[in-house]
Design a protein around this ligand. Structure first.
Ligand SMILES: C[S@@+](CC[C@H](N)C(=O)[O-])C[C@H]1O[C@@H](n2cnc3c(N)ncnc32)[C@H](O)[C@@H]1O
Length: 390
């Protein structure tokens, strides 16, 4: 492909990505893979160049662009818009070009961070973090086996690797000694203070990233119950648990809207309930910058209503003295600070505790972690303790 044809390919792809973001269609990665499947003439260098251009355009623009061409005009060499065959048409006078904005305009005032360096860091490339699985190994042994790795600053089992490290091909990963997990996620599992003998419920377990960290803390003693409403996600947990040597995890599929039915026997039983709630994912834009084009005020309202409903499901599961750990990978206050303030006002039995001493910055009754200050994904986490007497 000529450089001009690569630019046109990026424009065509971005048209599809913009439409999919508007209509709730497939993710950018899926659309890129599909595009090249039907264009076998594109070599690996072409694919990489087009992909890089597409992602540069997505990262540059917090606002969903009107067209793929407006998005590409912001990142491609304008000399390539020369009208040559298979390339883009020459640039017209006053042609719209999408601006460089990290955050969609409507969200600017709703984020917990406003400093330009904090905002820019939300779109920087994310590091590759692993959690060493203490059921199989320890950090010193893994660091000795991976000379390119360094220990993370705060998560005691975390290590950080250079970009592009093929972790799933490594024998340590295949043996279950390490799991891919951002240091921020590791710190949230740590906020649960799970220990052997406890009953711990991971209410929004997904494919079990944090469940596995909790299992290591519990050393296979006690009860660890992983719940979710999506069967495909829970199904992915069991093979991971097997690889990690965490065989004692119970999993429960919940019926969305009628979750209480499958939780009835757990009322008043839990030392800890982790609510790693479904959220906008605004703290993980650096991994998924396209998510900014999909979020709308209406969608955010629906997400926050669901979060509040899940908190209300979690509270009765706590035993007196038990703790609810609420977390979102988001820096939108409505999902973090305000959600917890509202939970505390609805449930007078709860009081806020410091989630993780000396980590992050206080935000309301919780703590936030940000890419710029903490070098993690963006998170909000709070720990709410139920009074000893019911
Ligand atoms: C942020 S993700 C969880 C990620 C997971 N804890 C991890 O560490 O990999 C949120 C999860 O909440 C689940 N979810 C959505 N609605 C739910 C509900 N009503 N009850 C329980 N889980 C729900 C989603 O399916 C999704 O897997």
């Amino acid at each position: 492909m000529t450089p001009q044809a690569r630019v046109q390919a990026a424009i065509d792809l971005l048209d599809e990505i913009v439409a999919a973001a508007r209509e709730g269609g497939a993710a950018a990665d899926t659309l890129i893979a599909r595009y090249f499947k039907s264009r076998r003439y594109a070599g690996s260098k072409d694919r990489r160049a087009v992909r890089d251009l597409v992602y540069a355009a997505i990262r540059r623009s917090g606002e969903r662009p009107e067209t793929g061409r407006a998005a590409v005009l912001g990142v491609a060499d304008h000399a390539l818009f020369d009208g040559s065959p298979h390339g883009p048409a020459p640039i017209g006078r006053d042609e719209p070009m999408s601006g460089a904005t990290p955050v969609p305009g409507w969200l600017v005032d709703r984020l917990a961070v406003s400093d330009p360096a904090e905002l820019a860091a939300l779109l920087e490339r994310a590091p590759l973090d692993l959690r060493v699985n203490r059921l199989k190994s320890n950090r010193e042994a893994v660091l000795a086996a991976l000379p390119e790795a360094v220990a993370t600053d705060r998560a005691p089992d975390g290590i950080r690797l250079p970009e592009g490290f093929a972790v799933e091909a490594h024998p340590l990963w295949q043996a279950g000694a390490v799991e891919v997990q951002d240091e921020g996620s590791q710190l949230i599992a740590l906020a649960c203070r799970a220990s052997p003998g406890m009953t711990v419920i991971d209410l929004c377990a997904g494919a079990g990233g944090k469940t596995l960290a909790l299992a290591a803390d519990m050393e296979e003693r006690g009860r660890l119950i992983a719940c979710d409403v999506v069967k495909a996600r829970l199904d992915r947990l069991m093979p991971r648990a097997e690889r990690a040597g965490a065989g004692e995890i119970e999993s429960r599929l919940l019926d969305g809207g009628r979750e209480g039915a499958a939780l009835a026997d757990l009322v008043g039983q839990a030392d800890v309930v982790l609510v790693d709630a479904p959220c906008s994912g605004s703290g993980t834009w650096r991994r998924n910058p396209e998510a900014r084009w999909r979020l709308t005020p209406q969608r955010l309202d629906a997400i926050t209503a669901l979060q509040a409903r899940i908190v209300d499901l979690a509270v009765p599961l706590l035993k007196p003295g038990g703790s609810l750990v609420y977390a979102v990978c988001s820096l939108i206050d409505a999902e973090g600070r305000d959600q917890v303030a509202s939970a505390l006002s609805r449930h007078s039995c709860l009081t806020a505790e410091t989630p993780i001493p000396h980590v992050g910055r206080m935000r309301g009754d919780g703590v936030m972690l940000t890419p710029a200050r903490d070098r993690t994904d963006g998170f909000f986490v709070a720990r709410l303790r139920r009074a000893d007497q019911p």
